[in-house]
Design a protein around this ligand. Structure first.
Ligand SMILES: C[S@@+](CC[C@H](N)C(=O)[O-])C[C@H]1O[C@@H](n2cnc3c(N)ncnc32)[C@H](O)[C@@H]1O
Length: 340
């Protein structure tokens, strides 16, 4: 016979999607923004600001308190340090990330998780009859939100990732699948004489020129739209693939790496940056296990261990005997080719 405590724990786990939806609703009602602008407001004040009746709002706030996102001291409501992460526009914010991954567009893909487990087919493809990046290429609003979510992620990790990337003078750095250029512009800030190219799909680079302009780098950074399975820009000295391979199953990841092997000039470096799974299960890798199943559902991809990546690089024809890797927090940079 199970105890009530065990049942209670399982009910909390089953309610995971209810917490997700509470985060989504609170984001739409700007709860985290209001509590950031006026910390300590009362339920009644927050109800007025959000136009939500206090009696209903209080119930969702309790769920957010349980989730550790807000707290109440006397009548005063506050964001916790975790709730602050959901305030849009703040450094390190995950507000667009939350909006994207709790959206009906993405959540409907999860309805097919069982099929994904049985067949390996992405739930997204099953729901929408096309791969996620094809879909995003045709839906401007969804693409813009997705790119904002990626920008938040890239902004949060850019400085650490840049610290793993030493760029010499007069290098040409090509960021393959570089999104809106958030990472490459950070790298170029600390390499004042290097030039760079953000290479991504036309939808992926939609906001890249704005990011490059805001970074004051129009004289030495450009963006090019294209398909990285077919081609990568020539003449780079360092090629970077950051947070891209996990989007793809082994067949596609190998195709991308094979394109790189064929087209990257002799003497150029390839640096692959990502969060790799440990060889053995550990609770500390929880986010990796979440994103691993997320990749299965959304894109048919997977998170990998360093050994998995090395095997793919071998298959693509790279000489992995000289592979180097360095780690900073959860990020690892795997480097092939001449040292710089
Ligand atoms: C998960 S995002 C990572 C973006 C960026 N590197 C970062 O670290 O934030 C994957 C990127 O791959 C791009 N992508 C997907 N398919 C592509 C293709 N066939 N050719 C070029 N880029 C592609 C997407 O547009 C997206 O920007």
């Amino acid at each position: 016979m199970t105890s009530l405590q065990e049942r209670d724990t399982v009910i909390r786990l089953i309610g995971g999607y209810m917490v997700s939806d509470a985060i989504r609703a609170a984001g739409h009602l700007a709860v985290f923004t209001h509590l950031d602008e006026a910390p300590g407001m009362t339920l009644e004040e927050l109800a007025t600001r959000t136009s939500a009746p206090a009696e209903h709002l209080a119930r969702v706030l309790n769920l957010l308190r349980y989730a550790g996102l807000i707290e109440q001291r006397g009548p005063a409501l506050h964001n916790t340090r975790f709730g602050t992460v959901l305030v849009p526009g703040k450094p390190g914010s995950l507000a667009a990330f939350a909006e994207n991954f709790t959206s009906p567009l993405f959540q409907r893909a999860w309805d097919h998780l069982e099929t994904s487990v049985l067949t390996g087919e992405a739930g997204f493809d099953r729901e929408y009859h096309q791969p996620v990046y094809d879909y995003l290429g045709q839906d401007t609003a969804a693409n813009s939100l997705f790119n904002q979510a990626m920008q938040e992620e890239a902004t949060a990790t850019a400085e650490s990732a840049a610290a793993l990337t030493t760029i010499g003078e007069d290098e040409t750095v090509i960021d393959i699948g570089g999104g809106d250029g958030t990472f490459l512009t950070t790298v170029l800030q600390s390499a004042p004489t290097a030039t760079g190219i953000v290479f991504d799909s036309p939808a992926g680079i939609a906001a890249a020129n704005d990011v490059i302009t805001r970074a004051g780098l129009t004289d030495r950074c450009t963006s090019i739209g294209g398909d990285f399975f077919a081609t990568v820009p020539p003449d780079g000295t360092t090629y970077i693939i950051k947070s891209v391979l996990q989007d793809w199953d082994d067949e596609h990841a190998l195709a991308l790496l094979s394109t790189c092997k064929e087209q990257i000039p002799d003497g150029a470096r390839l640096i692959i940056i990502g969060n790799f799974l440990p060889d053995d299960y550990t609770d500390e890798a929880a986010v990796g296990y979440l994103t691993d199943v997320c990749m299965l559902v959304i894109s048919g991809g997977r998170e990998r261990t360093l050994a998995d990546l090395t095997a793919l690089l071998d298959q693509a024809g790279f000489d992995t005997a000289e592979l180097r890797h360095q780690r900073l927090g959860p990020l690892t940079a795997v480097e092939l080719g001449p040292r710089r």
